[in-house]
Ligand binder design. Sequence first.
Ligand code: G3P
Ligand code: MG
Length: 244
Amino acid sequence: MTEPAQLARIIAHRGASADAPENTLAAFELAARQGAKCVELDVSISSDHIPFVHHDDTLERCTNGSGYLCAYTAAQLDKFTAANNHSGFNNEPIPRLSTTIDRLNQLNLGLNLEIKPTPGLEIETTTAICETIKTHWKSDLPLVLSSFNQEALALARDLLPGAPRALIVCAVPSNWRQLTQQLLCSNLHVAAELLNKEQATSVLDASLGLYCFTVNDVEQAKRLFDMGVHGVFTDRPKKLLTAL
Ligand code: G3P
Ligand code: MG
């Protein structure tokens, strides 16, 4: 039986992403200033296989670029800026994972790294991420690798067996036990609005860590903690840390 991989009760989702451009160093620094002990971020790779912190496959929503992130070299991606829909943040780059890990270690932040491969690049993305973690992660704080993608989790299990893994799902699938055992996952990360009490009890009884996304409402967070959920991912860490 596995042990739950502990992150924190309140995890800053893409950094303090309600108050700063998501998945930027500014968002992670703000999360730390707001009192978060742990952040979540998403990682995919450039055309030359350098991991970058970014949520979407394409650049339009969050940057001043366009098209697929994986179509650009790292040097080209370094020149884009994260779209600024928050006042007070200018010229934030799309951060490289290596730079981001160095900063998180300085800030004493734990990390839930979501492996977010562009379809077809599962092996390259996971390999590059595991290599970057091996060379850059220096902290004793929590580090969990999570993904919706089972191929990525299976490869992470083999390449970096010491880093605990989490399977991300929207609704809890009927075969969650088999999947988490096969992938040697310590945690199940579930969409908050799709989790019921009975499922939470079964997952917790199986000694899995149970975390929910994305929870920006205090009453919803309280209901989840009453069900035994270990932690929640929120765009508003300050609000939840103050209230709970
Ligand atoms: O890791 C939890 C959550 O971030 C998964 O969904 O789309 O926000 O990356 P998404
Ligand atoms: Mg994510």
